[in-house]
Design a protein around this ligand. Structure first.
Ligand code: FES
Length: 105
């Protein structure tokens, strides 16, 4: 596991998501009320991209069937998803967003 620069924090507006690829990782950076989360950009239900999913606190709602996920740990919080998504430990330093990316996820 290593801390990887993902994106400048000001490139993701409050309440918005931004897809980005870092190496083999297809990521989604989320800015929920000024808190940043980096998650895998793929729903566990029918593999839809989570880009543009609505953000509420630490939750993101899949844009396809509205399953909610906890962006802190990736857990599925309601139907139709039952499996978690990947969520990465995220920090912001000097206006830059970093995530602890894990191999193979
Ligand atoms: S693809 Fe995300 S809830 Fe169905």
């Amino acid at each position: 596991m290593s801390k990887t620069f993902i994106i400048d924090a000001d490139a993701v507006e409050k309440g918005k998501t931004r897809p980005i690829s870092v190496g083999e990782h297809k990521l989604l950076v989320c800015n929920s009320g000024g808190s940043y989360y980096v998650i895998a950009n793929q729903c566990s239900h029918a593999q839809a991209r989570l880009t543009g999913g609505k953000l509420r606190g630490h939750k993101i709602f899949c844009p396809l069937h509205s399953a909610p996920f906890d962006m802190r740990d990736g857990s599925a919080l309601g139907p139709p998803a039952t499996a978690p998504i990947c969520a990465y430990s995220t920090t912001v330093e000097d206006g830059k967003v970093f995530a602890e990316l894990t191999e193979g996820q």
